[in-house]
Design a protein around this ligand. Structure first.
Ligand code: PEP
Length: 251
């Protein structure tokens, strides 16, 4: 089965509405590669107005549809304004905002049920890699995050393998390291989550991807695209990464 590559730019806490609009007006879609921006809540509506064929993702959501959760935003609220998907379990949310695997067990199915494509982020820290604990960590995060997803919806989830030591550090994983871990994730999907689901799920690599290293990473058939932080803030650089993922310039 062929999985269409996806390049998703994670803007983190960057871009006003005006900046988001200017970015999207500067980019052109490509046929054969899906592109998305993961924008701050305040810029989502502006992105949707200007996005054209670029999908618009949020960077977080609460698992409940509504309730007494001051400061939170729910999946149905995102769907109401037209948002296409949501990043969940990003390492910055796990590290600074106490996002737990338990919360993700609720968030992933809640996103799907509302009609959002969830990008579930998983990845090991530097200490875990050095201790030889990477595979166990990935298996655990994948299994926990997808535990309550109905079997027929598993193929709608996107997973981002993001080694924590590579995020925002300039230390990109080698294509061999990334490929090996994507294979671990696919094998976990097949063995623990559901037989033969590994081939259906798109797995992105994230961690210091830029216009200079993207083509060598995408040479691996196991990488279905990338979640890109810093290098997604400038339209020209982001678009070079999209072009590196293949496809042809749209007319
Ligand atoms: C990210 O934020 O998910 C990320 C991969 O960041 P960067 O590309 O800057 O390492």
């Amino acid at each position: 089965m062929t999985r269409t590559p996806l390049i998703a730019g994670n803007w983190k806490m960057h871009k006003t509405r005006a900046e988001a609009r200017a970015f999207l007006e500067a980019v052109r879609p490509r046929d054969g590669v899906d592109a998305a921006v993961c924008a701050p809540f305040t810029a989502l509506a502006a992105c949707l107005d200007a996005a054209g064929r670029v999908a618009v993702f949020a960077q977080n959501m609460h698992e409940a549809p509504n309730g007494a959760f001051t400061g939170e935003v729910s999946a149905p609220m995102l769907v109401e304004i037209g948002v296409h998907g949501v990043v969940v379990g990003h390492s910055e949310r796990r590290q600074y905002f106490n996002e737990t695997d338990r919360a993700l067990q609720h968030k992933v199915p809640a996103a799907l049920e509302a009609g959002l494509v969830p990008i579930l982020c998983v990845g090991e820290t530097e200490d875990e890699r050095e201790a030889g604990d990477t595979e166990r960590k990935l298996r655990h995060q994948v299994q926990e995050g997808l535990r309550d997803v109905p079997g027929e919806r598993l193929g709608d989830v996107v997973i981002a393998y993001e080694p924590v030591w590579a995020i925002g550090t300039g230390k990109v994983a080698t294509v061999e390291q990334a490929t090996e871990m994507h294979q671990v994730v696919r094998a976990t999907l097949d063995r623990v989550v559901a037989p033969r689901i590994g081939a259906e799920v798109a797995i992105l690599y994230g961690g210091s991807v830029n216009a200079g290293n993207a083509a060598s990473l995408f040479a691996s058939e196991d990488l279905d695209g990338a979640l890109v932080g810093g290098a997604s803030l400038e339209p020209a650089g982001f678009w070079r990464i999209v072009a590196a993922a293949g496809g042809t310039a749209a007319r």
